[in-house]
Each structure stands twice: as C-alpha cells, then as structure tokens.
Design a protein around this ligand. Structure first.
Ligand code: NDP
Length: 447
C-alpha cells in the first residue's frame, strides 16, 4: 500500500491482533483497493474512518454448556461479532464448525457489513457461531446445543438490534431450534431470525437464494465482460451444502453443466453432469458423505481429497465451501486448464496469492462479498414480509433476487471502470461498499 495512513492503521491492527490471520486477510483485501482512492478523500483520515470501520462495534463471547446423549457435560465457545450498525440492525449468519474462532467470525462479520451495504436494504453486519461440531450428533443433541447457545445469545438479539441466520452447520433445522427457543425465552414472536422454514414464518427462495444469486451474478458478468453466458459451459463447484447445491441447480437451469462437486472428504466427477437431486438426497436428507454418490449414479466417480477437484478441466469454477480453500496451487491447475471465470459462493474462499495469480493471468474473478449477496438479500425480504404480515410468491422473490444481483454486478462494474480498474470486480466491490459505509459513518458523527 502506498498511503501512509492506511499502512499505519494496518500495522496497528497486525500488532493488536497478531493471531487473527483471517481477519487481517479480509482487512488487507479492502485496504489494498481503497489505497487507490484514499488521496481523493482527506476526510477519511481526518475522521479516522479506517480504524472505526475496521474495528467491530462489539464482540460478545460466551461459554455454552450442554449435556450429550450419554449425559456427559460438554463445553463449547460461542460468539457474536456485531460489526456495524451503520446502515441497520446487525445482520449475518451463525456458523457451527470446529474451525470457528474469533478471528474467523471477525472476518466474516467485516465482509458481511460490506456485502449488506450492496443490497440497498437497511442491514448492518454481524456474524456469530460456535466451535461446536454438528457432525455425528443426534437430533436431540443438536436441539440441546442450539437451546444452550440461544440461552446466552438471546440477550443480544432483537428485530431492531441483531437478526442472525444460518451459515455452515446451521441450516433450517438448527435455525428452527434456535428460533423456537428464542421465542420461548422472550415470549415474543418477532422477525429476530431469518432462514426459517416456510412453516414458521420463513421466506420462499431463502434456501435457494445464495446459490441462485451466484448463478445470476455469473451470468450477468459473463454477458457484460465476455459476451457469453453460462449456456454450454462446464462448471466445477466445491462443497455440496446449501450454497453449492442451489448454485448447481441454477447453473443447470441456465444451460451450464456441473461436472464436479465436493465435500470435506473428496469430490465426484461426472462428465455427463452431476445428478443434483441425488446430491440433495445425500446431503439434505441423509446428511451423508459424497462418497455414496455412485450408489445413485453409476457414472459418477468419487475421488479422495477435495482439493484435487480443481484439477478437473472446466470453463468456470465456483468455490462454495469455505475460506481459503482455493489456494495458489489450486489456481495454477485452473490456469493450466484455461479457466474463464472464478466466482466465489463461499466467503473468502480464494487466498490472496490465489487472487493475485488470477489477476496476473487476466481471469475474470467475482468476489464473494458481491457474488454471494443473494442469501442476505432474501433474508432482508424475509424481514420485510414479516413486518407486512405477508408472504410473497416464489416468482416475485426470485425475480427481485435476479434483478438485484444484476444491479449489484452493474454497480461494482461501473465503480471499477470509473477508477480505471475495468473488469476488476474485487476493486469495484471494495471501493463501492467502503465509500457507502464511510459516508454513513460521517453522517452519524463520532459515536
Ligand atoms: P453448508 O454447511 O451447508 O455446506 C458446506 C459444504 O462445504 C459441505 O458440503 C462441506 O462438506 C463442504 N466443505 C467443507 N470444507 C470443505 C473443503 N475444504 N473442500 C470442499 N468442501 C468442503 O454451508 P453453506 O453452503 O451454507 O456455506 C458455504 C459457504 O458459503 C460458507 O463460506 C458460507 O459462509 C458462505 N455463505 C453462505 C450463505 C448461506 O446463505 N448459507 C450466504 C453467503 C455465504 P461436509 O458435508 O463434508 O462437511
């Protein structure tokens, strides 16, 4: 970075949080982009916007104690990072995964703030979760854990304060248990969680929103920048969870062919196209491993090691699993296979080295902050429906999702172009969101 103020701030964060590597990585992504525009905005340094925007407003951490099926007393760590309420109530998912740390949630909450500002809905940014591992737990254990977690978190939530949703390890089942217990504790039926099943006040299209939104974004970018579309393209998708499955479904609907998908153990490769319904049965119904896929479709071959999926020859790669899954080595495989585009369904799945390599090789790159914004957008629509005591049709919400993803693409594309960074969507999203938030901060004074 050229700018002295940015360097000073980044060095201070590195010193203050030396062990929070994911958080520092997410901050660095944004500061590098802002470096090119900061000299045009002396008010940022004057009002210390950088330090105020990078530091979360509040970090809550707590102990979660619960009993497993054998009456063992188990202890986990729970967190909620309330990063920014500049634009609205804190909004962002809960993640249950053994890799959850304060650093991971701080990076997710920071990115969520920037992402939510793109949606034009009044939502701030937050993220929370626990190092609890849902894998192998009985349904009763999941419910018991969710209730113990909510017993602590509920103090900090509310429809005008903080509205969580799901993320890795927290799907509709867990949201249902968390929300049910929140109601019990508060004796209030409010829109204090999104991602609920439709039967308990959820929204149609929420389940599909992130994956569908990603495919809409990719199509819009391909059309504008490459004068083509998903039609006829071979696509590889990492993960086989909520985002990956519905990205695959929409890619197929838009004429693309998904030829490989993965989970944390390995990947399946199907030249004729993955049977997405089979993936739904394996992952949503049976909560099983993707190595069982050949039982449903004999043409699909399972291979160990999810990282090897990036060697599969394809036109488009959609990392939809987890942070830093697409590293420099994986990007080299993609480049060797002449990949046309990489679009992030997950949050920060591509390492900084990986992104640099994509940029050096002129490969179109869509950052998750923009490309996966569909989920939170429809969460916002879930809140709007609850507030109106209404429920909208699938068509209406899907149409709005598509239109908004196209608008997000256009706005960040235009921002990049304005600053002579044409087609650099990473620069476009960081500068667009940052300037919007900086303005909101200046408007509200020193608080
Ligand atoms: P899920 O828990 O539904 O699915 C995660 C999937 O990723 C699982 O299939 C898991 O496999 C797989 N996985 C984990 N690690 C790896 C790895 N190293 N390589 C390949 N696959 C792996 O999570 P979501 O789909 O909800 O979230 C995925 C990503 O998308 C996260 O980064 C999340 O923050 C982001 N996101 C999610 C949104 C949402 O609406 N859900 C919104 C915006 C972003 P296994 O089954 O073996 O564990």
């Amino acid at each position: 970075m050229k700018n002295a103020y940015l360097n000073k701030q980044y060095d201070a964060f590195k010193k203050r949080y030396p062990n929070e590597k994911e958080y520092l990585q997410a901050l660095h992504h944004v500061l590098v982009s802002v470096d090119d525009i900061i000299d045009d905005h002396p008010e940022y340094e004057k009002r210390n916007i950088i330090e105020r925007l990078l530091e979360p407003e509040r970090v809550i951490s707590f102990r979660v104690t619960w009993l497993d099926d054998n009456n063992n007393v188990c202890v986990n760590r729970g967190y909620r990072v309330q990063h920014s309420s500049l634009i609205g109530p804190y909004k962002g998912g809960l993640r249950f995964h053994p890799s959850v740390t304060q650093s991971v949630l701080k990076f997710l909450a920071f990115e969520q703030t920037l992402k939510n500002s793109l949606t034009r809905l009044p939502m701030g940014g937050g993220k929370g979760g626990s190092d609890f591992d849902p894998k192998g737990k009985s349904d009763r254990e999941i419910m018991t854990f969710c209730q113990a977690f909510m017993r602590e978190l509920f103090h900090h939530l509310g429809e005008d304060v903080d509205v969580p949703a799901g993320d890795i390890g927290v799907g509709q089942r867990e949201v249902g248990y968390l929300y049910g217990y929140y109601k019990k504790l508060t004796n209030q039926v409010t829109s204090s969680m999104t991602g609920k099943d439709i039967s308990i006040g959820g929204s149609l299209v929420r389940k599909e929103a992130t994956g569908y939104g990603l495919a809409y974004f990719v199509n819009a970018a391909l059309k504008k920048i490459k004068d083509t579309s998903l039609k006829g393209k071979d696509v590889i998708i990492s993960g086989s969870g909520n985002v990956a499955v519905y990205a695959a479904e929409k890619v197929k609907e838009l004429g693309g062919k998904v030829i490989a998908m993965s989970d944390s153990t390995g990947y399946i490769h199907c030249e004729d196209g993955v049977d997405i319904e089979a993936i739904k049965v394996i992952k949503e119904e049976k909560r099983d491993c993707i190595d069982t896929y050949p039982q449903y479709d004999a043409k699909g071959k399972y291979h160990k090691g999810p990282e090897n999926m990036w060697k599969v020859n394809a036109d488009i790669a959609l990392p939809c699993a987890t942070q830093n899954e697409l590293n420099e080595d994986a990007v080299k495989y993609l480049i060797d296979n002449d990949i046309m585009m990489v679009a992030e369904g997950a949050n920060m799945p591509t390492t900084e080295d990986g992104i640099a390599l994509l940029r050096d090789n002129n490969i179109l790159f869509a950052p998750g902050k923009a490309a996966n914004a569909g989920g939170v957008l429809v969460s916002g629509l879930e809140i709007a429906q609850s507030a109106q005591f209404d429920s909208w049709s699938f068509e209406k919400i899907n149409k709005r999702l598509k239109a908004m993803m196209e608008t997000i693409f256009q706005e960040i594309y235009d921002t990049a172009k304005t600053y002579d960074h044409e087609n650099d969507l990473q620069f476009g999203v960081n500068v667009f969101s940052f300037t919007k938030l900086a303005k909101a901060m200046i408007q509200q004074g020193v608080v």
